[in-house]
Design a protein around this ligand. Structure first.
Ligand code: CU1
Length: 192
């Protein structure tokens, strides 16, 4: 029971993982005011709509999503949203630039600021499953008529002309009786 639920959960999470990525901000360093240039880190990532950002940080920090002016001026007064739970996941829901700073005094100035650009997801996949189905029903129909047409040409011709010439007298009558009964059987067979 526990195993099967685990498998279902794994499967549910594995499918979207192929399309959506989670970006741990700052990589192994996380969200810190020491030694990370977040714009450089972000330049090496591709942020797509549907992806998520993970900010991992200690209690002295916070994450503030701010407008561009908040990023350039290191001000969180107009923040769209502020988080301070230590592990913040932010979904990237629309294409365009996003700006984040740490609202702790002095931290933005010492480097805890990041600008990212989110790009639209390309989704050509839903169109493909409908196309392959129409071609399959046509193939089985074409093979059956050729097989049905071949047997009638071989059966009537060979035996009938040879038998009267080889046998004379009484044998001829017997063969005629056999031929007659075969004809009747054949007609009956055709009629049924
Ligand atoms: Cu901070």
């Amino acid at each position: 029971m526990g195993v099967s639920i685990g498998l279902v959960v794994l499967f549910l999470f594995a499918v979207p993982a192929a399309y959506a990525a989670q970006h741990t901000v700052g990589g192994s360093s996380g969200w810190t005011n020491f030694g990370v240039n977040y714009d450089t880190w972000a330049a090496g990532e591709t942020f797509t709509v549907g992806d998520t950002l993970l900010f991992s940080y200690s209690g002295t920090h916070s994450v503030a999503e701010v407008p561009e002016t908040g990023y350039s001026g290191c001000s969180s007064s107009n923040a769209v949203q502020t988080y301070n739970d230590g592990s913040t996941t932010i979904s990237l829901t629309k294409p365009g630039p996003m700006y984040f700073i740490c609202s702790t005094s002095g931290h933005c100035g010492s480097g805890m600021k990041m600008q990212i650009n989110v790009v639209a997801a390309s989704t050509p996949t839903p169109a493909t499953p409908s196309t392959p189905t129409p071609s399959t029903p046509a193939t089985p129909g074409t093979t059956t008529p050729s097989e049905a047409g071949t047997p009638p040409t071989t059966t009537p011709a060979p035996k009938t002309p040879s038998t009267p010439a080889d046998n004379g007298g009484g044998a001829n009558v017997v063969s005629k009786l056999i031929l007659g009964s075969l004809l009747v059987l054949g007609i009956m067979g055709l009629a049924s």
